[in-house]
Design a protein around this ligand. Structure first.
Ligand code: IMP
Ligand code: MG
Length: 182
């Protein structure tokens, strides 16, 4: 079923996204000046964020993608993370910035971080558009280097974030209110 747009309540406007992403781009450009930077986007949710963030970065940068699966199309994390599509290029000796749409339990990124660490990059950092610290898996330590916005524990959609594959194309981030709420 195609979910209804009337159930989405705007939380972060397109303008706020642009503003914050410019700031992040400036910070990242300073940190990686003179370094061989690769941004790794996690498909598919990071696509709009990575696309805007890379254009806010003024130092040379390469991009690559991988796909993981941790959600089963619904609103609850399954906890298990599977590598569906690996990177095209090796990351040894590269300065790697992982780009993600949202950190909730943190399980996805901690798995990926451990996997990438075995590939001996020059450095490894994490940039996420959204951070939901209230959802963090108990006892899990994850260092998020760049976070666009810290949000409460709502289920959000838009600007890459989906519900069953839909809503990724919204130019803003919104809270999805499921029908049961009424
Ligand atoms: P984590 O492993 O629990 O940190 O979940 C990370 C992944 O779950 C993200 O890459 C998203 O794909 C998905 N996710 C977590 N929270 C939301 C949400 O509020 N809306 C849409 N997807 C979410
Ligand atoms: Mg994702």
């Amino acid at each position: 079923m195609i979910p209804e747009i009337s159930r989405v309540e705007e939380l972060i406007s397109g303008e706020q996204l642009n503003q914050r992403i410019s700031e992040l781009g400036a910070e990242i450009s300073t940190r990686y000046a003179g370094k061989d930077l690769t941004m790794v986007g996690i498909l598919k949710g990071s696509v709009p964020f990575l696309s805007d963030l890379m254009r806010a970065i003024t130092v040379p940068v390469q991009i690559d993608f991988l796909e993981l699966s941790s959600y089963n199309g619904g609103m609850q994390s399954s906890g298990a993370v599977r590598l569906v599509k690996d990177l095209t290029h090796p990351i040894a000796d590269k300065h790697v910035l992982i780009v993600e749409d949202i950190v909730d339990t943190g399980l996805t990124l901690s798995h990926l971080y451990e996997l990438f660490a075995t590939r001996r990059p020059a450095s490894l950092a994490i940039a996420t558009l959204l951070d939901k610290p209230s959802g963090r898996h108990e006892g899990l330590e994850l260092k998020v280097d760049y976070a666009g916005f810290t949000i409460p524990g709502h289920f959000v959609v838009g600007y890459g974030l989906d519900l069953g594959g839909y809503f990724r194309n919204l130019p803003y981030v919104g809270v999805y209110h499921p029908p049961e709420e009424e």
